[in-house]
Design a protein around this ligand. Sequence first.
Ligand code: HEM
Length: 385
Amino acid sequence: MAERPAAAAPVDAAPTGAGWPAGGGRSGRGRRRDRRVYLRRYPLLFTLLVATRHRPALRLGRTVLVHDPQAYLDALTRLPLDRAAAGTVGGTAHRLGADGLLFDQEGPEHRRLRRALHDGLGPAGVAKLRPVWTAVLRRRLAPLAAGEPVDLVPVAAELAGVTAAALLGVDADPTALAAAARRAAATAAAAQLPGPHPPGRSRAARRAVADLTALLGVPPDAAGLAGMLAVAAVNTTVSGLPRAVAWCADDRLWDAAADPARRDTLVDELLRVTAPSPLLPRAAAAAGTAAGCPVRAGDRLLLVARHAAGAHRAGPDPAAPAPPRIARLVFGAGPHSCPGARLARAQLADTLAALVPHRPVVARARADGRAALPGWARLVIRAGT
Ligand code: HEM
């Protein structure tokens, strides 16, 4: 299944341009802590990506690693991709019996579904959903005012679950919905890892998808899309939101979070450095090149969103942020770029605003060894002094 999307504007500045200090954030503490989520979940892969990131793109057998921002953009917008190949998100969905998802689609059907999503995830849709998650924040962050600790991971899960349920117009329990979406992603990721698989791993993944579908209770023709939306929304939020708050607290960025004029820039910077969906597995449908590296039809592509967006290079720095064309690479590019970006930004902005009065610090953090996306299993914060 080949796709040749429209070309996108070039990324004409490498993320080392003026105003981009090399190295970590102000204190470096946020970066040091955040590394733990990668080392706990994908230690070998993370080490490989770190070791190779000075190369814009390189081939390892039939796999091409892409780190460079322009090459990443070209791979998503110019290279024909096979969206149903094994090892890609679309291919995994096919294997688990959840066809008809945006990730594996192309052409008119893909455009039709994207248009359908536009209402729910555009400015009016996000404004309509906002009271749903701000109510969760108000209730679940209240203990901070009494000096009590709060674990942000279940807060992010409920916030994501309640938002996904409202977006899809279903009556599922938000916490159960988030748990089912996290299980579906984690079992699918485990079934996708290279190497020998214990018996039953694929069965567990199929069962997790079936459980999620049953919980959503939507008609069969809408089940694939609804399930995929829930998985995409919940997993990125549960991974990204606590990581962003931890980094904000560790680098003491609460002044920028408190300032409505700077908060959105801080949000973009935190999303850039955390890159909640750090690696996009894709497959080439035809020959081409990525940063001068030849790509053959059938090659597996590992597009490193985290490095394309310069997460490893600098910041987060709301006073000298990355150019927007670089920062937004964490949401992909081209016709499949993330339709939930506006929603994700709004949720992080509201979370930071709700936390500002407490200027929290991180009390305890435990990295998650099983989640599909690198993240915290527990991220306990308490009001700062
Ligand atoms: C910080 C949070 C998020 C990040 C970093 C993120 C990142 C991404 C990335 C990198 C892609 C692949 C883009 C590409 O192939 O070019 C994607 C696709 C997608 N995302 Fe997100 N996402 C986030 C939140 C969300 C949310 C909240 C939703 C839904 C409410 C969502 C729904 C989707 C969907 C439906 C797709 C598939 C689009 C398609 O194939 O046409 N995402 N996201």
